[in-house]
Design a protein around this ligand. Structure first.
Ligand SMILES: [Zn+2]
Length: 393
């Protein structure tokens, strides 16, 4: 701020542009275009906390009808994520429970929320001033080895499936777990073929490097990463290498950048990993205490503890996120980059990004970095809408 302040005094007003100008420009750009986010864990809040989409109280969340309106966010992929350990043996039931919880919100708030499965649906929703609910499944363990369930999920509106979460499943290896299949099994390739037939996007966030390249070779349709950042900048195994970024762009798909600070800042990632033992012990203790008291222990409780730990660390600036988006824009190109916040699933986003209402700050930051506003329409939403319509081959 000091430097900016000095610049203001030293230079004629016409030659400098202050952040507030960019922010107004960003708000206008969002309002004029369609803004789509690639990944949010909000369905658990519907299912576990009896929280309503239209509730003005966020109660620890990062996304709501109100914050979406304030940030001019028009559409979100709601992720159906069955926590694999807690729901061991019940992954399919839990996935359907989360889906039912989203459908319940659609029924309760038809004036505010509408299910969308195509780009035309999303445009119509915006025209009717309704928030566009898109659906993704996070983790192939949700379907187990049941292709009928995959087809069923498609009929109920699911339009992407992340092949794994942080757990290796029956047919695909995860970047955060022990490899068991040297990537993808033969059945895993069949899953991808069926997704291509149905028109469900293959989401490569979370998968192991070996699985990534096998999926790239197998999918006939463009592939996406719904919430992944750049490994060249932050060495998390969950982030994508430049070659992987290029491969997704070459498939015609889109890389949607994750906002979690441990994927964006190397110092934060180290500090976060250093805290792991202590953090997991605190979560285990809270879970044990809840069970002993016959109280539920949900992901939201775990996330609240994660947030307490995350807040003990220096919060990375917004520039860390902008650097990742900037990198992906340069490697993939503006036609293959997007936003994948991971709201309601991450302990912390960079400074200035607390809820969906803050999204225009990111756009303002990119304009300040020299990206022309008209070149950001794809990133904001048009890229994923185009890819969505190309899912079926
Ligand atoms: Zn995820």
């Amino acid at each position: 701020m000091q430097a900016l302040h000095r610049a203001k005094l030293d230079q004629p007003r016409a030659t400098i542009k202050l952040m507030p100008d960019y922010l107004a420009e960003a708000h206008a750009l969002h309002a004029e275009n369609i803004v789509v986010d690639g990944h949010a864990d909000t369905p658990q809040r519907f299912a576990d906390e009896a929280w309503q989409w239209t509730d003005p109280e966020l109660r620890g969340g990062q996304l709501s009808a109100q914050t979406a309106k304030a940030g001019h966010l028009h559409a979100e992929f709601f992720a159906l994520w069955a926590e694999p350990t807690q729901w061991q043996g019940h992954h399919q039931d839990r996935t359907l429970q989360l889906l039912a919880a989203v459908e319940d919100q659609l029924t309760r708030h038809p004036e505010a929320l509408t299910l969308c499965t195509t780009s035309a649906d999303v445009r119509a929703a915006k025209a009717q001033n309704k928030f566009a609910a898109l659906l993704g499944v996070e983790g192939g363990h949700s379907i187990g080895t049941d292709l009928d369930l995959l087809r069923h999920l498609h009929t109920r509106g699911v339009r992407y499936m992340t092949l794994t979460w942080s757990n290796t499943n029956d047919w695909c290896d995860s970047s955060n777990d022990t490899a068991q299949h040297n990537g993808l099994t033969t059945f895993g390739c069949r899953v991808i073929a069926e997704m291509n037939n149905l028109g469900m996007l293959v989401d490569l966030s979370h998968v192991s490097d070996a699985a990534f390249w096998q999926a790239i070779r197998t999918s006939r349709a463009p592939v996406i990463a719904s919430h992944s950042s750049a490994r060249a900048l932050t060495d998390a195994p969950r982030n994508l290498t430049d070659d992987q970024l290029r491969a997704i762009a070459e498939s015609g798909g889109v890389v949607m950048v994750n906002f979690f600070t441990a994927f964006l800042s190397e110092p934060f990632r180290h500090a976060w990993n250093h805290q792991r033992g202590e953090r997991e012990a605190a979560i285990d203790a809270a879970r044990t205490a809840a069970h002993a008291a016959n109280q539920p222990f949900h992901f939201s409780h775990e996330l609240a503890i994660d947030r307490t730990f995350a807040r003990q660390l220096p919060r990375p600036p917004l520039a860390t996120l902008l650097a990742h988006i900037d990198h992906v824009l340069r490697i993939c190109g503006p036609a293959h980059t997007g936003l994948g916040s991971d709201f309601d699933g991450i302990p912390l986003a960079p400074a200035g990004i607390d809820t969906a209402a803050d999204l225009p700050r990111i756009t303002a930051g990119l304009i300040a970095r020299g990206w022309h506003p008209s070149g950001l329409r794809g990133l904001l939403g048009e890229n994923i809408l185009r890819t969505l319509d190309q899912a079926k081959v």
